[in-house]
Design a protein around this ligand. Structure first.
Ligand SMILES: Nc1nc2c(ncn2[C@@H]2O[C@H](COP(=O)(O)OP(=O)(O)OP(=O)(O)O)[C@@H](O)[C@H]2O)c(=O)[nH]1
Ligand SMILES: Nc1nc2c(ncn2[C@@H]2O[C@H](COP(=O)(O)OP(=O)(O)OP(=O)(O)O)[C@@H](O)[C@H]2O)c(=O)[nH]1
Ligand SMILES: [Mg+2]
Ligand SMILES: [Mg+2]
Lengths: 276, 293
């Protein structure tokens, strides 16, 4: 959006549409209102004033801090959770490869013992990445397996243990209780574990992402977020409201289906992509 | 809820419940806000609000005492009319040859699980003899996943190692003819609508077996992107119906309205859970109540 000509109503409407269609939700309403007010007040006059204004407004919400995942403690235990199909298992492959590349000895725990072929899916990744995986047959108790995996990670000199869990909707009380139990049990096996509880959010999800972040946080004290599938046309704007209301660190973005398709989250780059 | 919000708009004025032109506009703004909160696409929300306005003007509700209530009812009825599936059967069963069903959609929408659910429903409720086809050859253990589901439900799963999806589809139809299976359900890999290679692959599968019914499997929590992806899918292959999944969550499901409005494809089934029995015929009024909050 460039040009020195005066802003007209249809351009302002277009900007409002851009904000909404990026899934900003309530933030779209307030930022669009700010834009119209600024235009009326004369502080935003032309086409080329718009994007810097929006970036500044959204930047105030997103902040400028990068809050990367810091590996401390051994074994560092990373518990991965999220709703069905959000990209947990694939994201674990990406995280594992990334961490192995940084020199850490990584182990995987296939604690989705519910879904058909979930263990097989993670096993394919473990084999491709040449790393140990702790698993059991489908139907096994996930917390029992989590406990054993943590004990093995400690005994086998592992630096990072990544625990995969079954997809679950935050509306399913019993499944959220199961996740809470997995978290507690990890702490019993290794004091301080899990050191990171990473919630995987599907970047194509709309306003429900906010409810997911709230409910998962309440159930298992989420310490970090990863947003997947932003290699499509979805912009992941729900992150703005999540940032506003929960202040959870965003660690990574998922940008594809291979183990290399991961990027550290960086607020300015994220906002830039919103306007693509 | 929207009714409460509209009631507030209407009650804040003189004339005990009569709607003026200006608070009709406030009422319409509330409706638009409710649609956007429910993940309905920005432009679809605009179109729907205009429709409601026309219907409200046509119904001359401004003169009535219960205008606020009437506005909600008009809105509700417009949405139900939009979402109502036509009276015909969701699946056009072929005569004298296997019926071919194609499942398509974005990554993680629920295609594989829904393929199994549909197979169970068609066997149990429609007395069909389904054959599932594992045509996702790229996701790790995708074939395994469908094969395990097939075992659970005692429905055969067709797969041949090393064959491309379009070839698998043709071979499966031949297998169905040979073994007396009358309905072929083809599970495909999740794909991005902007992935030209994968969209072309889907086109090749369609050309190879000419599906009788193609379903877009859509996650009920999808946001504004639902329109972009649905539009792109419908450019590659005709979409006969939509299956909305994960309705057992608390997402409002506005994406379904957007997809229907933009592609014309009716929602035929709803996924209400992870088990194979968790598939129901779609009820427009249930979804509309959910969208209206
Ligand atoms: N395009 C794209 N696809 C992704 C991304 N992350 C995951 N996927 C795909 O999304 C689908 C679901 O990924 P999974 O890793 O199985 O998701 P999950 O959360 O483990 O799923 P459940 O265990 O069944 O709940 C797969 O087809 C992945 O390849 C991403 O960043 N971009
Ligand atoms: N709660 C709930 N979960 C569902 C529903 N439908 C599918 N799932 C779950 O969603 C996740 C993804 O389902 P899949 O069937 O693997 O999705 P897919 O579209 O085949 O995924 P890709 O092949 O990777 O594109 C799994 O964990 C399923 O069990 C539903 O209606 N409700
Ligand atoms: Mg998984
Ligand atoms: Mg699948």
């Amino acid at each position: 959006l460039v040009g020195r000509s005066m802003l007209d109503a249809s351009t302002l409407d277009e900007m409002e549409e851009l904000l909404y269609t990026a899934d900003l939700g309530p933030a779209a309403a307030s930022v669009a209102a700010d834009l119209r007010a600024a235009n009326k007040a004369g502080t935003v006059k032309t086409g080329e004033d718009v994007e810097p204004f929006l970036r500044e407004k959204l930047g105030e919400i997103m902040g400028t801090q990068v809050e990367p995942l810091r590996i401390a403690g051994k074994p560092f235990v990373l518990l991965v959770c999220g709703v069905n199909g959000s990209g947990k298992t694939t994201s674990i492959a990406k995280l594992a490869k990334h961490l192995k590349g940084e020199g850490h000895k990584v182990m995987l725990a296939a604690c989705d013992t519910f879904r058909a072929a979930a263990v097989e899916q993670l096993t394919v990744w473990a084999d491709r990445l040449d790393m140990p995986i702790v698993k059991r047959e489908t139907g096994a108790d996930p917390s029992g397996l989590a406990f054993d995996a943590a004990a093995r990670a400690r005994d086998e000199d592992i630096d990072v243990l990544i625990v995969d869990t079954a997809g679950r909707l935050h509306t399913q009380k019993n499944l959220m209780a199961e996740l809470e139990k997995i978290r507690r049990v990890l702490g019993k096996a290794i004091p301080g574990a899990p050191h990171e509880v990473l919630l995987i959010l599907d970047g194509t999800t709309g306003q429900n992402a906010i409810a997911q972040a709230k409910e998962f946080s309440a159930a298992v004290d989420v310490t970090g977020l990863m947003v997947t599938k932003l290699d499509g046309t979805a912009r992941g704007g729900a992150l703005v409201t999540i940032r506003q209301e929960l202040k959870l660190p965003v660690r990574f973005l998922g940008l594809g289906e291979s183990a290399d398709d991961i990027e550290r989250f960086e607020p300015a780059a994220f906002l830039e992509a919103l306007f693509q | 809820s929207l009714s409460q919000r509209l009631r507030k708009v209407v009650s804040g004025l003189a004339g005990r419940g009569k709607l003026s032109e200006s608070n009709m506009q406030d009422g319409l703004a509330e409706i638009r806000a409710a649609l956007l909160e429910a993940d309905v696409h920005f432009r679809v929300a605009k179109d729907l609000v205009e429709r409601v306005e026309q219907a409200a003007i046509g119904a001359k509700i401004l003169e009535s005492v219960s205008a606020g209530e009437q506005l909600v009812k008009i809105f509700h009825d417009e949405l139900v009319a939009l979402m109502q599936a036509p009276d015909d059967e969701p699946i056009a069963f072929a005569k004298g040859r296997p019926t071919v069903l194609l499942m398509a959609g974005l990554q993680g929408a629920g295609k594989t699980t829904t393929s199994a659910k549909l197979a169970v429903h068609l066997r149990n409720d429609k007395k069909r003899k389904p054959l599932l086809v594992a045509a996702d050859i790229q996701r790790p253990a995708a074939v395994d996943q469908l094969q395990q589901l097939g075992k659970q439900i005692d429905i055969p799963v067709f797969h041949v190692a090393g064959e491309a999806p379009e070839r698998l589809a043709s071979l499966a139809v031949a297998e169905a003819k040979r073994t007396g299976r009358d309905t072929v359900i083809i599970d495909t890999a999740g794909r991005l609508h902007i992935d030209e290679g994968l969209m072309a692959e889907l086109g090749r599968v369609k050309s190879a077996v000419n599906p009788d019914t193609t379903f877009l499997v859509c996650d009920a929590m999808t946001g504004q992107d639902a329109v972009r992806s649905a539009q792109a899918f419908v450019e590659t292959l005709p979409l006969d119906g939509v299956i909305l999944t994960k309705l057992d969550g608390d997402s409002r499901g506005g994406a379904a309205l957007s997809v229907r409005h933009v592609t014309g494809a009716p929602v035929r089934y709803a996924g209400w859970g992870e088990k194979v029995e968790d598939l129901q015929p779609f009820h427009a009024d249930r979804l509309v109540s959910r969208v209206l909050g």
